[in-house]
Design a protein around this ligand. Structure first.
Ligand code: NAP
Length: 180
């Protein structure tokens, strides 16, 4: 199973605009790109915080064949929201999640953040590609792409595979392979 990390960030590397939660800063061009890219995935993983903020967009009817796995320290407290085969809550390791999705025949898993989940999956060496949209802005501070504020994130070497200008003046889509 391929694991692809998708994110939209500022030029200075933040996936939130300062303290504002969510990705409302993302341009229309990035949103269109993301809608298309997620259709090619049959599973996704997201952190509890990101899930709470994107529930409406990620509702089961929107992408009916997408199996959603939400990483939370307390899956029991969210069990009532789960939907068999569509939406589940887990505190298992990234490796356990990959094994379970593979056993279910899933081919392409989108890693949808936020920073904590991205860091854990990169640390575990389980991310194959990073599709990064860079908006033409500096935020100065915010949630980092991989990690938490003030904490060192993982180090990885990447190979640039594609650069695509999504709209005049930006954003730019950068597609990287993660070196193993
Ligand atoms: N621009 C983008 O592309 C983009 C993409 C995604 C997210 N975001 C933004 O990023 C922000 C969220 O990022 P974040 O890094 O703060 O949070 P996150 O990665 O979305 O989620 C963190 C949550 O993951 C769970 N978790 C953390 N460590 C765990 C462990 N060891 N075992 C099990 N579960 C664990 C916890 O959920 P519980 O609290 O439920 O226990 C924790 O609160 C939001 O503002 C979101 O909108 C931006």
């Amino acid at each position: 199973m391929q694991v692809v990390l998708f994110a939209v960030q500022s030029v200075d590397g933040y996936i939130t605009q300062r303290q504002t939660a969510g990705d409302t800063f993302a341009s229309a061009a990035d949103r269109a790109h993301f809608r298309e890219a997620i259709r090619a995935c049959d599973a996704c993983v997201l952190g509890g915080k990101t899930y709470d903020l994107s529930k409406a967009r990620m509702r089961p009817e929107a992408f009916p064949t997408l199996r959603r796995v939400v990483w939370t320290r307390n899956p029991e407290s969210r069990a009532a929201e789960s939907l068999s085969g569509v939406l589940e809550f887990t505190n298992e390791s990234p490796l356990e999640t990959v094994a379970r999705l593979q056993a279910d025949g899933r081919q392409r898993c989108a890693l949808l953040g936020g920073g904590q989940v991205n860091a854990a999956w990169l640390e575990a060496g389980l991310v194959d590609e990073i599709w990064l949209t860079v908006e033409s802005a500096l935020f100065g501070e915010g949630t980092p792409l991989a990690g938490s504020r003030g904490q060192p994130g993982p180090e990885r070497q990447l190979l640039l595979r594609e650069i695509k200008v999504l709209a005049e003046g930006g954003p730019v889509l950068l597609r990287y392979e993660v070196k193993k």
